[in-house]
Design a protein around this ligand. Sequence first.
Ligand code: ADP
Ligand code: ASP
Ligand code: MG
Length: 603
Amino acid sequence: MALIVQKYGGTSVGTVERIQAVAQRIQRTVNAGHQVVVVVSAMGKTTDTLLGLANDITPNPSRRELDMLLSTGEQVTIALLSMALQALGQEAISLTGAQVGIVTESDHSRARILEIKTDRLRRHLNEGKVIVVAGFQGITRSTDLEITTLGRGGSDTSAVALAASLQASQCEIYTDVPGILTTDPRLVPTARLMPEITSDEMLELASLGAKVLHPRAVEIARNYGIPLVVLSSWTDEPGTRVVSPLPQARSLHNLEITKAVDAVEFDTDQAKVALLRVPDRPGIAAKLFGEIARQNVDVDLIIQSIHEGNTNDIAFTVVQGLLTPAEAVADAIAPVLRDHHPSDAAEVLVQRDIAKISIVGAGMIGRPGIAATMFKTLADAGVNIDMISTSEVKVSCVIGAQDCDRAIAALCDSFEISTSTLQQSLTHPASVADLPPVRGVALDRSQAQLAIRHIPDHPGMAAHIFSLLAAESISVDMIIQSQRCRIINNTPTRDIACTVAAADVERARAVLMPMVSTWDAGEVAIDTDVAKVSIVGAGMQGHPGIAAKMFAALAAQQFNIKMIATSEIKISCVVAAAEGVAALNAIHEVFELSSDTRIEVPA
Ligand code: ADP
Ligand code: ASP
Ligand code: MG
């Protein structure tokens, strides 16, 4: 007999008939000899409808009252599903988050789970009952017992947290598609089902727009080593397994409040090539990285910053042994990249003595202050940051090699990292050699680009900017610092661009303006006409040419790339909003991810 947690999403319980079908599926699991705890979402689009009602009353409803309202959606489903189970002769009991004792922080509308009480659950399981728990909600520890919600899509997180707390043998996420696909089948109908994906890859995909799983659910599964499966509630197909390495034992206390940073990594075998003032038109990145791939040079970080006038800067890093061929390609291509005027010639800049230093940890998801703390720590240690590259679970900075030891010491101190978790990052870990270079692709249409221009270039500025945003709970992604220094009134200045949720972009500008307006020519520019397309695959390390192929697919459609940012396992490009879906399709096609059969998706 095993204990299994099953979660059914909104569409899966969208009608009475669907609820009855789900009840039958649950009963089959019980009849196979298992104990079952079920987590459900609100029926169909209930949560959106409730949000609409709130907005009809006021454009700024309080987050406490929103939680009170939205938590009712799941309460309807638990009662109906429990009744449906009882009608089949299966003993069942429905429980709200509060009744279970899903204890959360008091941060309304995005509360994280602190602890789940298991006494009552164990009692009912021992009585032979199926327990139906309301997803997405919890209760605070304070005497006021406030109702909280976990954030949109949070029922996945409830389910995996329950599985961890009960030490269940498996957590099954039932949804309206056959499992995790190479991309969203609503945008690319030829998306293919993957039998398996690593939790690292899924974490990236989820945070880059694949809403099939809530990133926080993936994080808990990874931290506690919970076997996680995503599958269709319509069929009996096996779905997709999310595989995690065996984790270290960890306490269930403060379940979602993990240490933000698990490790500090450094790599001194790095060199940088930057091309300044390359023309801002489709095909440039494809040409450059296509040529580099032809020389079999594997690039590590790639960043392309916001453009100024009609030119961009592109910079990349390689291991030092590959600097000579990389530089040769850049030198050869620079004159070709000029537009019509000789003054447009791109300039190649090479830097040998650099180091890459990174902080790593799933605990930084949704905590915008962590990157800011890293920048501040480096600034306080007098370390200037040359390049920044971020992913959901990692922030990497390129710094001068001479600063590396000082930076490591300061970061270990600041994030309470013992030297045992300090590691020399392996450029191509052997464990990824067999993984596919591109596992899936994702589109995020909810972001906007924020460019902060003419920032005085001295240590501490990035820290200052991102601390201000973090204090307002504004999460940023794709932070890119320009390569070029511009002298304004004798002060060297640089630009920093990043992406933020479109809903936060005006607030971000308002937060930054008081500081920016004190600089000469300081400016905050917003571009909401953006979409972010990304490829994810742990096997892309050690496969030269993956980036070039992605850029070429975009160039073939004449799509201009506004920004590029990479981590070890992902490459993201920002393009115009209207090009997003076509860009996603083109990239999915070029990496041969399509299947011959079309996925049927319920409306
Ligand atoms: P649920 O209500 O079951 O939680 P969601 O709507 O939250 O379902 O998530 C399932 C949806 O996620 C699918 O219908 C699909 O449109 C979308 N999706 C986005 N990316 C992917 C992907 N890579 N694989 C599968 N589904 C995806
Ligand atoms: N009902 C909530 C939502 O729509 C939670 C969930 O379905 O996961 O976001
Ligand atoms: Mg969902």
